[in-house]
Design a protein around this ligand. Structure first.
Ligand SMILES: [Zn+2]
Ligand SMILES: [Zn+2]
Length: 820
């Protein structure tokens, strides 16, 4: 049995005779655990072989499903993940299953506001509903106590199916803005004469007239009438309509009261989509066709193939062909995208092409929706294509034929916290192997590991050098900021060449992207008199000033602080700030180019899913001229009117204390540079740096991936880093600094004794305290010659030894395998 608890592997329970016939591997059961709390578990294996020696075996309380909810391949992947990433199997289960499928005593439940079908409820269901009335959340445990004599787990599940209850997870609440109010004209006006009469009658009320005119335009009412097909009307959101018609909500309410328009809830990003069509499929270029053919032939010899295609080379078209081919052969495709790219153009295009064959999966979707998609994938008619972020790797698949990992170099494929700290790209390879499926890794800037795997013939390799539609690669100009500063020629964060390019772009109606990898207004604040720097109360890190709310922000724990009225150190009254965050860059652009329409793309402006999309859409449609952003602007976006990309400060990327620093800097700069360029015309990239003569900058300018790769590979070999050695970090956290220090010290000592070498640390990380917890790290470099199972067993026993010391028992220790 797998239980959603962060300890151990699996647990043994006795099967009551009445369940013996119907229990299946992969089904859910409810069992008592620990202090007789109830948990939903998954059956990992069934039979009488289980070893029962040593402890009392409890009985399964309830069998939830008669059919499995998790397939055999998925369970094997869970086991691999727990082994490889050194965490509990229960951690994997927790990450894999949507909340509604793993009820435990601690799960919090609440009523769904608009539920009104009370007639369909049984007596016990009504009792549970009563206990939850008044909008309160209750945990299963509380419900159990409140509703005595009722099988709460069963009743709650059935109420969830009826749409009366939901799991209240804090994450879900933040992202509940799934429904948008849309407006449409009532059907009786979908007739030329009726519509003309309507407009005639509205002449006297200009604001109503304006709103109707806008609605007719946005909804393409004319086309719908002409083609006699109301289905051709476009969706119109209420907010957009009011904004573009520039009228108040009262005007809309008036029209609604008169029965001219109606409003309805439109659900964004629901399962499925519009009917599929092939209109959107563009013909493959010669180069794309050649790549497509080569991928198929590489798959004859390798299960995994790397598609190395320069930015804007049209990889998506190739993916679309491969997906179509797989679906035609009756197999399923899983298409993984980095978190942020999911809401963009790619998903919309795929949805237009694959329509209701396709589902979208995101860990931030409401739980009910995730459960729905999960169940569909286990049903007789699963989606053929699932597009999702890293957690989509857990979705059940029945006939998986292909996994596409787009932008495979992206660090967001690796989960940092909590366990399992898995890399979805690597898990995809394992999953595909279990299913006998193929994997395609796509990127313009392969990770060192993936490229290395092609050179040792582990992965196949296909290169696509040509940009689609003869788009030219951008021209990159390096600007030496050091020199310009000396000559006092920098105008705030902008160099003269960048300003000249920006000016020209704006004058000719072209666009600009400015990349600055720091959000907020000013990254450094200090007392003018004594140099005192405000730091976070909970973390060892200095604070960033944000102009939006005039507060100091901690970028590690998210807490905000008021600006002190006077310096707590010297009592001085003047704080000054240095550096440029995205907010300040935007302010400077507005000062220098007052007519330019600007937008900012960073964590602060994209708290909700739709805001991200709105910013991107506005820029794509040319409604903004200058887009200022953090690394978010580098993520798989295609624009076709960007004349110039400015990288304001390359140096922040070049000076991180991390063996992947250069690889990442190359990837980030190449990706953001790739956003420049327009059809048939070259784009310009202005790269500002103080280290103009560094080798890495030269490699970025030349687009010399191979040069970067070889230089990095030599260093990795010399210093025993991946891909030559495996890396495992052992992290220690505790509120008490003495405890962390001793724990980390003992761990390092014992690791040295057991492994004989390859142990680094204990280290104090750059930010050595986060949210009141002190942090230390011990790194282990493992030779590939050492069997992985032995390494893990040794590490577990070392940790066991250290935690056996009573004074260190409360230290938190966990592993990060293949850290990013
Ligand atoms: Zn001071
Ligand atoms: Zn903090």
């Amino acid at each position: 049995m797998i239980l959603p608890v962060p300890v151990g592997r699996s647990f043994t329970y006795a099967v009551p005779p009445q369940m013996a016939e119907s229990i299946k591997v992969g089904s859910r059961v409810v069992v008592p655990f620990g202090n007789n709390k109830l948990h939903t578990g998954i059956v990992l294996s069934a039979g009488d072989s289980a070893d029962s020696s040593g402890y009392e075996i409890k009985e399964i309380a309830e069998l939830v499903d008669t059919e499995p909810v998790v397939g055999g391949h998925e369970l094997r992947m869970w086991e691999w993940m727990a082994d490889y990433y050194m965490c509990a199997l229960g951690d994997v289960m927790k990450a894999a299953l949507p909340g509604g499928m793993k009820l435990t005593s601690e799960t919090s439940i609440r009523l769904i506001d608009d539920f009104d079908d009370f007639d369909s409820l049984t007596k016990s269901e009504m009792t549970v509903m009563d206990k939850l009335s008044g909008g309160r959340h209750k945990t299963m445990e509380e419900l159990h106590k409140a509703a005595k004599g009722i099988n709460v787990m069963r009743v709650v599940r059935s109420l969830m199916q009826k749409g009366a209850l939901e799991v209240s997870e804090t994450m879900v609440e933040t992202f509940r803005a799934k429904k948008e109010v849309h407006v449409r004209i009532v059907p009786k006006y979908l007739d030329e004469t009726a519509l003309n009469e309507l407009f005639e009658s509205l002449q006297k009320t200009p604001r109503r007239y304006a709103l109707m005119l806008k609605l007719a335009e946005l909804a393409s009412v004319e086309t719908a009438i002409k083609m006699r097909n109301p289905q051709l009307m476009e969706e119109v959101s209420r907010n957009r309509l009011l904004k573009e018609a520039n009228v108040s909500a009262a005007v809309l309410a008036g029209l609604k009261a008169k029965g001219i328009v109606e409003t309805y809830d439109y659900e964004i990003g629901r399962l499925g989509g519009n009917a599929g069509s092939v209109v959107d499929q563009l013909p493959l270029s010669e180069a794309q066709q050649a790549a497509f053919d080569k991928i198929s032939s590489e798959w004859q010899r390798h299960n995994v193939c790397l598609l190395h295609g320069v930015t804007s080379s049209g990889k998506t078209e190739i993916y679309i062909r491969l997906i179509r081919k797989m679906i035609n052969e009756g197999r399923q495709v899983l298409y993984l995208l980095p978190e942020i790219a999911l809401t963009t153009q790619i998903t919309q295009r795929l949805q237009r092409i694959f329509g209701d064959e396709m589902g979208v999966y995101h860990s931030k979707f409401p739980d009910a929706e995730r459960v729905e998609l999960w169940q569909k994938q286990m049903s007789a008619r699963p989606f053929s294509l699932v597009v999702g972020v890293r957690s989509a790797i857990f979705l059940p698949m029945q006939r998986l034929g292909l996994v596409i990992v787009d932008e495979e170099h992206e660090t967001s494929y690796k989960q940092q916290d909590p366990a399992p700290r898995y890399n979805a790209r690597d898990a995809a390879v394992v999953l595909a192997q279990l299913h006998g499926a193929k994997v395609l890794l796509g990127t313009a800037t392969p990770s060192i590991e993936s490229f290395y795997n092609t050179t040792i013939q582990k992965y196949g390799y296909v290169r696509l050098d040509k940009r689609y539609g003869d788009m030219l690669l951008p021209n990159i100009e390096v600007v030496d900021v050091q020199d310009l500063l000396r000559r006092k020629m920098m105008q705030q964060p902008f160099s003269p060449p960048l300003l000249a390019e920006m000016k020209q772009a704006l004058e000719s109606g072209e666009q600009v992207i400015l990349f600055q990898n720091r959000r907020g207004y000013a990254p450094v604040v200090e007392c003018n008199a004594c140099g005192w720097v405000p730091t976070c109360e909970y973390c060892d890190v200095s604070l960033t000033y944000h102009n939006d709310d005039h507060k100091l922000h901690c970028h590690y724990c998210g807490n905000t602080f008021l600006i002190p009225e006077k310096c707590p150190n010297c009592g001085g009254y003047h704080l000054r700030s240095f550096g440029f965050g995205t907010e300040k860059v935007e302010e400077e652009v507005r000062k220098l180019f007052p007519k330019a329409r600007t937008a900012r793309l960073d964590l602060d402006t994209t708290r909700s899913r739709s805001s991200y999309r709105n910013i991107i859409d506005a820029f794509s449609e040319g409604k903004t001229d200058v887009l200022i952003g953090t690394q978010m602007v580098s993520k798989g976006l295609d624009f076709d009117n960007v004349r110039v990309v400015g990288i304001l400060d390359a140096d922040t990327m070049l000076s991180r204390p991390d063996f992947r620093c250069n690889e990442r800097a190359f990837q980030m700069m190449s990706q953001v540079a790739g956003r420049a360029g327009r059809r048939n015309r070259q784009g310009y990239v202005i790269l500002q740096t103080r280290r103009a003569d560094s080798q890495l900058i030269a490699q970025v300018v030349e687009g010399d991936y191979m040069g970067m790769y070889q230089a990095q590979l030599r260093e990795r070999q010399q210093f025993f880093y991946p891909p030559f050695y495996r890396l495992i970090y052992v992290w220690v956290k505790h509120r008490d600094e003495a405890v962390v220090n001793e724990t980390a010290y003992l761990l390092a000592q014992q690791m040295l004794r057991v492994f004989g070498g390859g142990v680094l640390g204990p280290d104090k990380p750059a930010v050595a305290r986060i949210q009141m917890k002190h942090i230390r790290k011990v790194a282990l470099k493992v030779s590939p010659a050492m069997p992985a199972a032995e390494v893990r067993a040794n590490l577990y026993s070392i940790v066991g030894n250290v935690l056996a010391l009573p004074r260190l028992r409360s230290a938190m220790i966990y592993f990060d395998v293949d850290p990013q």
